[in-house]
Design a protein around this ligand. Structure first.
Ligand SMILES: Nc1ncnc2c1ncn2[C@@H]1O[C@H](COP(=O)(O)OP(=O)(O)OP(=O)(O)O)[C@@H](O)[C@H]1O
Ligand SMILES: [Mg+2]
Length: 294
């Protein structure tokens, strides 16, 4: 079987045995993105509106607030956000703005104190605990610290992601080389993480996320430890994956990556969304900009 990245329009139910409510999101509560679009971009905004009506969001934050028990102020404060299948979104904001909290909610690692997060129309908080591993197969994760297993080679790190789901060995032997080729590491399959550069390790991590053919890739500051060239390569790879239909949400402090990419940029400040722009730029309020790690 040739490796294919799932197209955004394909059927979305992987959790066949999980009894779930399919709830239609309350669309009228979502801040409309086109209100941030300038006049010169009107025709693009019109197209967006049309697409918006035709496609249900893959991820939908509905008035979500998060109050961690030990914290003085909420990490998220009435956040509403819809992410359409196939979108590429930068999530930006100063340290502590709430980016990782949002990503953890998508992964069902944190639950909202108020509001709901829907994935494919399902309220994530209603997923039965025993079904969470199946649910999480929908989401590939790429983190700043790579999270590779040091005693396994690049090949084995990727294969391991399939082994834990009980994939037959023949399929693993067929699929891992294909994915290594996609991330341009076919010549380094036998290397251990310590024998790879940071950028190469991050590409192994992306390959490991991709091998499960997720609908969404979540990258949390995943270029944070890389030099500018490696960071560019990781961004290019994520853009390629996105072009094949996978939704990408990329939380980052890297202004130059955001500014040159011309994708949707969602800006958080103190747990609130303060900007949401198509073709946006990295923009923080003046005070936050001084505090931000860039
Ligand atoms: N488990 C927790 N318990 C208490 N407070 C937390 C917890 N996790 C996060 N917070 C707080 O919630 C707020 C948002 O944190 P979050 O990690 O989402 O920010 P972030 O935007 O990802 O920041 P960074 O850019 O530094 O990664 C911060 O004030 C943080 O201190
Ligand atoms: Mg974070």
């Amino acid at each position: 079987m040739k490796y294919t990245i799932r197209k955004a329009t394909e059927s979305t139910s992987t959790e066949k045995n999980a009894p779930m409510d399919i709830a239609a999101p309350k669309r009228n509560k979502v801040p409309r993105r086109e209100k941030f679009v300038t006049e010169t971009e009107t025709s693009f905004a019109e197209t967006e509106r049309f697409v918006d009506l035709a496609v249900a969001p893959i991820i939908f934050f509905e008035d979500v607030s998060k109050q961690y028990p030990s914290a003085a102020s909420p990490a998220l404060d009435e956040v509403s956000l819809e992410v359409l299948p196939g979108e590429f979104i930068f999530l930006v904001g100063a340290s502590g703005a709430g980016k990782s909290t949002m990503l953890k909610m998508i992964l069902a690692e944190e639950v909202p104190s108020q509001g709901r997060v829907l994935f494919d129309g399902r309220d994530i908080s209603t997923i039965n605990r025993k079904h969470l591993p199946y649910y999480r197969r929908n989401i590939g994760t790429v983190f700043q610290d790579f999270k590779l297993l040091p005693q396994k080679t690049a090949f084995e790190n990727i294969a391991y992601a399939l082994e834990v789901y009980g994939k037959p060995t023949e399929e693993i032997l067929e699929e891992v080389p294909q994915i290594l080729e996609i991330v341009d590491l076919d010549d380094k399959a036998g290397r251990y993480p310590r024998e790879l550069s940071g950028g190469e390790q991050q590409r192994v991590a992306i390959a490991r996320a991709l091998i499960l053919q997720p609908k969404v890739i979540i990258a949390d500051e995943s270029t944070g430890n890389l030099d500018p060239r490696s960071a560019d390569e990781i961004l290019d790879l994520l853009l390629e994956i996105n072009a094949l239909g996978t939704t990408v949400i990329f939380a980052t402090h890297n202004q130059s990556l955001v500014d040159k990419t011309n994708k949707r940029v969602v800006t958080l400040d103190h747990g609130r969304i303060i900007r949401d722009e198509q073709g946006g730029k990295y923009h923080l309020p003046e005070k936050r900009r001084r505090e931000a790690i860039v």
